[in-house]
Structures are given as C-alpha cells and as structure tokens.
Design a protein around this ligand. Structure first.
Ligand code: SAM
Length: 279
C-alpha cells in the first residue's frame, strides 16, 4: 500500500556523484510512485538498478520539456503518482523541471519536495566564503559578449556568488571573472562526492595559475566572494595613481596599468586614466 495520496508530483533530489547520498524518504517515494520522469533513462537506470527500483520511466529533458510535460500532467490527473528526478542533484536547479511544475500548479496538482543533494549548496558549505547570503547564477552564457554583460551586472553584488561551469570553459570564465570582478577570493569545487573530489581555494588569479597546470575534466562549481562593502573607499585615488605609475615603470602601458588598478580599487577607468595623466 502507498504511504501517500494518488495523483501527486514528487520532486526528488538524487546524488551528485556518490550513490549513497540519497535519503531514505527519496528511496521510499521512488519505490512507491507509479512512474518516474527522468532526464536521461540510461543515466538514471544506474541509480535505480543500484537500489533495485523498477518503474516505468518517461524521459524528460530540456528540448522535450513542453510535449513531455503535458503527457506527465495527463497521467497524474488520471490518478497516477510521479517522481521527477534529474541526472544529478535537485531537479529544476540548472536542470529541467520548471515548466512541469508550472503546469502542475496550473492544474491544481499537489507538488511535494523530497529534498537532498544540490551541487551549489554542497560546494558553498565547504567553500569557506560567507554563507549567510548568497546568489546562485547557474551556468554563465557560453557566448563571451553575453558572459561579460552578465558579469558586469554582477559586479556590485555583495553576496557570495555561485556558478556552475563546464570543464572546457572553466579557465575562460575564471579569466573573465578576474577581468570584470577583480582578483577576489574564490573557490573551485571539482567532482564533489566523487573519487577525484577537490576543492581549490585562493584568489581568482591563483586558481587560474593552478588549474592551468592540470588536465581539466569533470564537473566544476565556481564560487566568488561578493564585493566587499568597504572595498570602494578603502584606498584613495592618490594611492591608485601611485600604483599606476609603479606598474608603468615596470613596463605596462598606461591603459594596461589603469585597467589593472581600477579593478582593485573599484574606480572608474576613465577617471583614473585622466587623473593619472594630469598628476
Ligand atoms: N541539479 C543539479 C544540482 O542540484 O546541483 C545541477 C545540474 S547542472 C546540469 C550540472 C552542473 O552542476 C555541473 O556542470 C557542475 O557545474 C555542477 N555539479 C553537479 N554535480 C557536481 C559535482 N559532483 N561536483 C562539482 N560540480 C557539480
């Protein structure tokens, strides 16, 4: 006998790597529902086989979300219960789910969360960066111009910022973060809960240096500290001008020196450039 009412939608979190990271309740729900909506059948089959769960599966991935959502809603309305899972972690978090949930709400279907792992929260919990307030961005745009635009929008964000990133774009995105946000404290969390788990901490430039020496593969989360409140006024324009001059003596052009210093001091590049000429 089922422990819940018919015709409900369960949003079930599954492991982000280590198959033991699943709650007892999630396993019970997966065993009791009539069918499971999954992103990738092959991928989820591994988890389900591991726990001897055999259920009809409906594949539900981003491109098919619209048509598949209607089919799932129809089944739930006919009295069947459904668990939505994604390839890893919490459905809907940089994963499909949003559309199905919207449709279920519109149809008056009860939606029950079955919480568990989420990469962003796991990474934040070990980051050592402030956890009191944070901003989750998910994946940055793949196109550089759009990525830079997004980062400029975030440049005054005071809360800790969390990004998901694909391995082939990791260095590129870190370099853009460095350029737009300055050399802030940051963390790269790799393959959490898996065999090659690694958490690298430092300033963004340190992380880039370290990662450039490694083969980059696996899953990554980047966490950056927010803009510090006192940052803007901690150093004066005079100090910034002095630093520009020092960098120019070291061989940087005025433009390069101004770019570098303006990031550290959160001063407008144009102001610093003009004042460094006038000084
Ligand atoms: N829904 C998932 C969650 O709750 O975290 C996220 C799915 S999203 C499609 C996949 C991205 O999450 C990866 O590209 C990576 O940035 C991050 N991620 C997921 N699992 C991870 C892990 N074990 N270690 C590091 N990053 C992970």
């Amino acid at each position: 006998m089922k422990s819940f009412k018919e015709g409900q939608l369960f949003i079930v979190a599954t492991p982000i790597g280590n198959l033991e990271d699943i709650t007892l309740r999630a396993l019970r729900i997966l065993k009791e529902v009539d069918f499971i909506a999954v992103e990738d059948t092959q991928h989820s089959q591994k988890l389900l086989n591991h726990y001897n769960i055999s259920k009809p599966l409906i594949s539900y991935w981003s491109e098919k979300e619209k048509t598949k959502a209607d089919k799932i809603i129809e089944k739930i309305k006919s009295g069947q219960s459904c668990a939505l899972i994604s390839d890893a972690g919490t459905p809907g978090i940089s994963d499909p789910g949003y559309l199905l949930i919207q449709k279920a709400i519109a149809e008056g279907i009860s939606i029950i969360p079955v919480p568990g792992p989420c990469g962003a929260i796991a990474a934040l919990s070990v980051s050592g960066l402030p956890t009191k307030e944070f901003s989750f961005i998910g994946f940055l745009p793949a196109k550089r111009s759009e990525r830079l635009k997004k980062l400029h929008e975030l440049s005054f964000e005071k809360r800790t910022i969390i990004f998901y990133e694909a391995p082939h774009r990791l260095i590129e995105s870190l370099s853009d973060l460095l350029e737009v946000l300055g050399d802030r404290a940051a963390v790269v969390a790799k393959e959490l809960t898996k065999l090659y788990e690694e958490v690298i901490r430092g300033n963004i430039s340190d992380l880039i240096k370290e990662l450039e020496t490694k083969k980059i593969s696996g899953e990554f989360i980047i966490i950056i500290s927010g803009k510090e409140k006192e940052f803007k006024n901690t150093k004066s324009l005079d100090e910034a001008i002095k630093e520009v001059k020092i960098l120019m003596k070291k061989g940087l052009s005025r433009k390069e020196a101004v770019r570098k210093v303006s990031m550290d001091y959160t001063l407008s590049r144009r102001d610093l450039y003009e004042k460094s000429i006038a000084d």
